[in-house]
Each structure stands twice: as structure tokens, then as C-alpha cells.
Design a binder for this molecule. Structure first.
Ligand SMILES: [Zn+2]
Length: 606
């Protein structure tokens, strides 16, 4: 009897457990499993002192330009950033303002001068004499064919030059010179911008036009010195990587900090899903928007992430109302948030803040140039909106920190920026790298308030020639990739809706293939981890000494580890201490710095 009773009790228990399981499964189906956020790869540092890209050491680089020549203006905007980001201490000589300084105290000269006659025959001669005596000269921009130029063109490795400039409509780097050199990069809106030259045999060419006819970057040894010519006439922010790569050919060994990170942002995700139909979604998939997002778009994105090893950072929006004062109603319809958000977190992603609604953090004093949004009535109302969306997010995803912020439509006012600095959770802002319209345009840097600026470089799935060139350039300048898109790109013709998701997905896949082929070991990071990587990149300063036998690098501001590019133009290195070196392509290496003193032995230097 007793035994039987016990069996019955066990049966009841089994049924009870069974019910519990079904109940649990139902909850899981409704809500998704609550996933805890993975430990971060690059946690934000708690540093006592903000060090933002400080160059140390002697100013041995002289930047020569002509402040009155409009043709030099674009590059004059880029060079301060290129020098700062590569940590090159430099002095400027503006030929329109003063006499040429004594060149003997410099090791490098970077010339952003297009008209040698304006610089003057004697000065040009002095610069080439200085080079022949062991100086490193970078002619950073194409030069006009003038009498003084013609007298010295041979010294630049040029045999002949046509009167008119050449229209450079594509760029191809020599294999082993740049990351991504497997591809030719078309140039959008190309114009006659580079010298139409034939080089002599003394020049070594590193990059050409896509068809190989026009030399774009070359080096030439002159006496004891070396010259790099960058015959690339475009000088916007999208081309910095061409200039930095050319610069890195100057010295025997060139070392500079890089970020080593890649991030993919999904704006307005999770957010309230639009009801009803999208014209092109209905055309191609015969379903409404909500069904398309959950059964096609999102599974496709997850598959791409798996195939290419990336993680997404979603930016949450609580409501699409446009209220900017008074009561901000809570969104009670949370099932899609759980569905998308939990899956995103499970796959190693992160959820950051986009806003309570899509009205940018701008007060009544803000003047929109292009966008037409409402303005928050006062600072307290604006602050409340951020507190409310964080509270909403934390109620859904309790383990999420909500430390990354992406401004709606990339618009952020001065007051909004201040608010983010005061927020105890937000430490990283991802707006955009390129200027335009109302956007909050960023550099990779740390603000005075310690907030980390991590601009997004490219967007959407159209990925035209300009985007692809920008991605290539930044891969070679900061060793970084940063991309964003929206689920509602498929509803907006400007963002490719009429092209259809199948083709857009193909473009995106093709881009990811390019990224994985070009930089297979680039670290895939969430928004906050990108913040940590940018923070480490900004914190460090380098003082590099290269002798005949050794390389010595003193690293300031190193907390745990950081990354640098190392270009070895002469000989090789061995016996590396305080860092590890990994080949990226040709003579370009990625160095992981672990100690504040790095040493290498040089071998085979000529
Ligand atoms: Zn948005």
C-alpha cells in the first residue's frame, strides 16, 4: 500500500512538473528568455584623468602650407586631425605669414603646397637639399606645373608632366600596402585633380588609378633622404586613410595608435512596429510590415551576424508620439520588444538609448536647418524623457546598462550633449563621422566630461561608392568599422526601399565579406565596447625612438592594453618585448601594447 501511494505521489509530481514546464514554455514564447548581458570585451575604464589624443616628444615634423591658397584649404582642415590621431607632434609654417624656419631641427617635412613658385625657388631648393641630407619629405598634394616645379620635378621621381590635371575616378593600392587592397575603389564625383605624370625608374609606386595608368602614391630615395608623393587631390574627411597611409611610408618604422574595432548599430530597434503595409514589402513579400520584420528581416540579420561574426547594438525607442512637454505616456505594448530585444542580447548584442520618442534633445533655442522636429520645453523635460526611456528599457531588460546613446536623426544640441554628460548610465555617444544638415558631427575622441565619442561612418544597405571608399579609408586610418541602419529603411525610398530587401541584403552581405576579407581579425564590439576601445585609443601617447639596431616606444596613458599600427619600411624586427605583433598585410602590422615600455630589435635594415 505504502509503496503504491508513493508511486501515485510521484505521478502527481510528474504531472505538476509537466504543467510547470508548459507554463514556463508559454512564458518563454510570450517574452523570450531573459538573457544576461555577456561580460564585455573592452569595459569602460574608470580613469582619473581624461587624456584625449595627446602628442608627446619633440616637434620634429614641419607642416608647410599656404594659408592664402584656397586649393590648400581642404587639406588644411584634415591635417590637424591626421597629426593628432597619429600622435605626430608638429609645427606649422604658413608661407604667406612668415619666413621659412631653420630646417635643421626637423626630421620630417609635410608639404601641403600646390604652387612651388609661391614658396619660392630658394626655399624649394633648401627643402630638397635638406631632404638629400637625410630628411623625410612628404609632398602631400598634387602640384601645379610652374617654372619652379619644373626645375625640381626630377627630384620627385617625375620624368614628365602634362599641362592639365588627370581625372582620378578610382583608386587601387598595391597589394601589401593597404588593408582592403584586393579591390579597386571607385571615386564618386571625380574631377581633374591629380598630376598627369610619367615617373622615372627611381620611383617605387604604392597606389595608382584603378586601371594602373596614373601613379597616385610613390616613394623615391633622394641622397640620404626619402620622398613620398601623394598625388591624390581629394581632401575631405572620407580620404584621410589615403594620406595617413602615404605618411606611414616616410620613416624606417612608423608606429601610431589605432582603435581595432567594428560595430553595427540598429537605430529605432526595438521600437513600436508600424501597423499595416509598406509598398515595397507588400510588392516583394506579400505581407504586412510587422510580419516582414519578425519573419524575414530580423532572421536574415541574425543569419548575417552569425556568418560574419558580428554583434548588433540596438537603440530603443519607447514611443513614436511627438510630445515634448508634460506627461509622457508609458508604452504598454511590449511583446515585440521582448521578442527582438531578448534575441539581440542572447546573440551577444547590446541595447542602448535612442530616446523616449524620436524628438532630438533640443530646446526651444535650437534652430533646425533641415529637420523639422518638436523642441523640448525645458532642460528638465528633456532630462525626464531620457530617464523615462531608461526606466522602460530596464523594466524589459533588467541586466542592460543603457550606456550607449544614439541621437534621433543624429541631431543633438549643446544642452542635450551636456545632459548626456550628466547622465549616470550613458558613457558613449554614437552619432556620425561626416558633417551635413543638422547632424552632431563627431571625431573619435573623449569629451572633457569623459563621455566617449564614437562616430558611425557608414549607413544603410545601399552602400554606394562613397560609403565603400569611406569604409576603406577608415579601416586604414583608425582600423575601425562603424555602420548603422534602421528597420524602416525598407519603407523609405531614399534609403533603398524600392530596391527591395533581397538586393539590399546582398549589398550588406557583400560589404561584410569585404570587411572579413580585408580585416579578418578586426574585433567585433558592441556600442559600449567600442566606447572602451576608443577610450584606450585616445588615452595613449607614444614616444618612439628608432636607432640602427633598436626600436624603443614609451607609452603614456596605458591602462591595460591598446593597439597600434606598425609599418616596417626598412628591414624587419624581432625580440619584441611589452607588446605582440601580428601581420595585417605586406609590411603593415597590428601591435597589441601590454606594457608602457615596448622594445624591438631591428634586423636587415639598409
Ligand atoms: Zn532613429
Amino acid at each position: 500500500m505504502k509503496k503504491q501511494k508513493k508511486t501515485k505521489f510521484i505521478d502527481v509530481k510528474k504531472v505538476f512538473v509537466g504543467f510547470l514546464l508548459i507554463f514556463a514554455l508559454l512564458i518563454v514564447e510570450r517574452n523570450g528568455i531573459q538573457y544576461t548581458t555577456k561580460s564585455t570585451r573592452e569595459p569602460i575604464l574608470k580613469t582619473s584623468q581624461v587624456r584625449n589624443k595627446i602628442s608627446i616628444g619633440n616637434k620634429e615634423c614641419l607642416y608647410i602650407t599656404d594659408g592664402t591658397d584656397k586649393n590648400c584649404a581642404d587639406l588644411n582642415e584634415q591635417f590637424p586631425h591626421i597629426f593628432q590621431d597619429m600622435r605626430i607632434p608638429y609645427e606649422t609654417y604658413d608661407i604667406a605669414k612668415s619666413k621659412m624656419p631653420d630646417l635643421s631641427k626637423y626630421k620630417i617635412i609635410v608639404m601641403n603646397v600646390k604652387n612651388y613658385d609661391d614658396l619660392g625657388h630658394d626655399n624649394v631648393k633648401a627643402i630638397f637639399d635638406w631632404t638629400a641630407n637625410g630628411g623625410k619629405l612628404m609632398q602631400a598634394t598634387p602640384i601645379f606645373k610652374t617654372p619652379v616645379y619644373e626645375e625640381f620635378q626630377e627630384q620627385l621621381g617625375i620624368k614628365s608632366i602634362a599641362q592639365s590635371f588627370y581625372c582620378l575616378d578610382s583608386f587601387k593600392a598595391k597589394e601589401g600596402f593597404m588593408i582592403g587592397a584586393q579591390k579597386t575603389y571607385p571615386i564618386e564625383d571625380a574631377y581633374e585633380s591629380c598630376m598627369n605624370v610619367k615617373l622615372d625608374d627611381s620611383a617605387e609606386v604604392y597606389a595608382t588609378s584603378g586601371d594602373g595608368t596614373a601613379p597616385v602614391i610613390w616613394t623615391k630615395n633622394l641622397g640620404e633622404g626619402k620622398i613620398v608623393v601623394c598625388n591624390f587631390g581629394y581632401a575631405s574627411k572620407a580620404y584621410r586613410g589615403i594620406i595617413s597611409s602615404a605618411y606611414s611610408l616616410l620613416e624606417d618604422i612608423c608606429v601610431y595608435p589605432v582603435i581595432n574595432g567594428s560595430s553595427f548599430y540598429l537605430d529605432d530597434f526595438p521600437s513600436p512596429t508600424p501597423l499595416g503595409d509598406g509598398k515595397y514589402i507588400r510588392r516583394d513579400y506579400q505581407m504586412d510590415i510587422a510580419t516582414f520584420y519578425s519573419t524575414v528581416w530580423w532572421p536574415d540579420l541574425l543569419k548575417l551576424a552569425k556568418e560574419h561574426g558580428m554583434v548588433y547594438t540596438g537603440l530603443i525607442i519607447e514611443s513614436y508620439n511627438d510630445i515634448t512637454h508634460g506627461k509622457l505616456p508609458t508604452n504598454k505594448d511590449t511583446s515585440t520588444y521582448y521578442y527582438f530585444g531578448n534575441k539581440l542580447l542572447k546573440e551577444g548584442g547590446e541595447i542602448g538609448v535612442h530616446g523616449y520618442n524620436h524628438q532630438p534633445l533640443c530646446l526651444t533655442n535650437y534652430a533646425y536647418k533641415v529637420e523639422k522636429y518638436n523642441k523640448w520645453e525645458n532642460y528638465a523635460e528633456m532630462k525626464k524623457s531620457i530617464d523615462i526611456v531608461k526606466k522602460f528599457g530596464k523594466s524589459l531588460f533588467p541586466d542592460s546598462k543603457f550606456s550607449t546613446y544614439v541621437p534621433p536623426s543624429n541631431v543633438l544640441s549643446k544642452e542635450g550633449r551636456k545632459l548626456l554628460g550628466e547622465d549616470k548610465d550613458i558613457n558613449t555617444i554614437a552619432s556620425t563621422y561626416f558633417p551635413g544638415g543638422d547632424v552632431y558631427c563627431q571625431e573619435f575622441e573623449i569629451g572633457k566630461d569623459g563621455v566617449i565619442e564614437t562616430p558611425r561612418i557608414i549607413s544603410s544597405c545601399i552602400l554606394d561608392d562613397y560609403m565603400r571608399f569611406s569604409a576603406f579609408s577608415e579601416m586604414n586610418f583608425h582600423y575601425v568599422n562603424s555602420h548603422f541602419m534602421h528597420p524602416d529603411d525598407l519603407l523609405d525610398v531614399d534609403r533603398g526601399a524600392d530596391i527591395g530587401w533581397k538586393k539590399l541584403k546582398g549589398n550588406f552581405d557583400n560589404y561584410l565579406d569585404w570587411m572579413n576579407t580585408s580585416a579578418p581579425k578586426l574585433r567585433q564590439l558592441t556600442g559600449t565596447e567600442m566606447g572602451g576601445a576608443v577610450q584606450r585609443y585616445c588615452q595613449i601617447s607614444l614616444n618612439t625612438t628608432v636607432t640602427k639596431d633598436d626600436v624603443n616606444i614609451k607609452v603614456k596613458g596605458l591602462e591595460d592594453s591598446a593597439y597600434c599600427f606598425v609599418r616596417i619600411n626598412n628591414g624587419d624586427v624581432s625580440n619584441i618585448k611589452g607588446a605582440t605583433l601580428e601581420k595585417l598585410t605586406g609590411n603593415l602590422y597590428l601591435m597589441k601594447v601590454n606594457k608602457s615600455k615596448v622594445t624591438m630589435k631591428r634586423m636587415g635594415a639598409k
